[in-house]
Design a protein around this ligand. Structure first.
Ligand SMILES: [Fe+2]
Length: 262
């Protein structure tokens, strides 16, 4: 029986070895360093250190469609559909989620610094342990029964959005051996039409995983990728309740926030 258990364990190890990526972080980091500083203030479509980007990105030009025609059949949302409580990711279940409670707020601005009012801002994120509620996320971190990780709100007349949530943890992924994503929150911004959607990620200051992460580094201009990092803002905090991070999103112009390509 013991021999059988040992054989099974060895077989399991072998299976895991076959399916695990072999490339090391050192190899990936060298590739990242070789490309660092190249022109590019938006995520690269084909950034070799981000392995799946090579086959996944569009190889042909976009087919431009008439935006007004799309509006005849595309989904839409009404401002009345977005409830105020949906911006609080910590109250969606019967108990308190585990982790550091944070407030994330900022303004959505155009390239001239003007506020973009009544914009739908949606977020999704991992829990404090770095785990998503998703069937493909099976790494051995705990799910939190009190945290789903989805929220949304509308910007106010001043372009300000505000979420209360839990600081997400870093999580492993299978780009290479022992690959870890820096903690981040995914953001989606909808304009007034279905074709006006931007998707990006917000990061937390001082994360030691930045320089190791091919997704963050796929924006090869250091100044541009730094625009994805929120700043700790003590004015946003709530005494004895939550810390605060501020992150503005600029939609156009030279200081535009990097976004993922359609
Ligand atoms: Fe993520």
């Amino acid at each position: 029986m013991e021999a059988l258990a040992q054989t099974s364990a060895r077989a399991l190890r072998n299976v895991r070895c076959v399916s695990e990526p072999l490339e090391t972080q050192a190899q990936l980091s060298k590739e990242i360093a070789d490309l660092d500083g190249a022109p590019g203030d938006q995520p690269r479509l084909d950034y070799p250190p981000y392995r799946s980007s090579l086959l996944r990105h569009p190889a042909k030009s976009l087919v431009h469609a008439d935006p007004e025609t799309i509006e005849l059949w595309a989904p839409c949302f009404g401002h009345q559909d977005v409830g105020a409580s949906e911006a609080d990711l910590t109250i969606q279940h019967s108990g308190e989620p585990i982790g550091e409670r944070i407030i994330v707020s900022g303004r959505v601005l155009d390239g001239d610094g003007r506020p973009v009012a009544h914009q739908l801002v949606e977020v999704w994120q991992a829990n404090a342990g770095g785990r998503y509620i998703h069937k493909r996320d099976q790494h051995p971190a705990p799910l939190d029964p009190n945290f789903t990780g989805l929220g949304r709100c509308l910007t106010d007349a001043d372009g300000t959005y505000r979420f209360q949530t839990i600081k997400p943890g870093p999580y492993p992924w299978r780009n290479h051996r022992n690959a870890w994503r820096p903690a981040h929150i995914h953001f989606s911004l909808f304009g007034t039409e279905f074709t006006q959607r931007l998707i990006t990620q917000m990061y937390f200051p001082g994360d030691p995983l930045f320089r190791l992460d091919p997704i963050y580094q796929s924006i090869t201009d250091p100044a541009a990728r730094d625009r994805l990092i929120a700043t700790y803002d003590h004015e946003l905090t709530q005494p004895e309740y939550a810390t605060g991070y501020r992150w503005d999103i600029v939609l156009t112009g030279g200081h535009r926030t990097p976004t993922e390509t359609e």
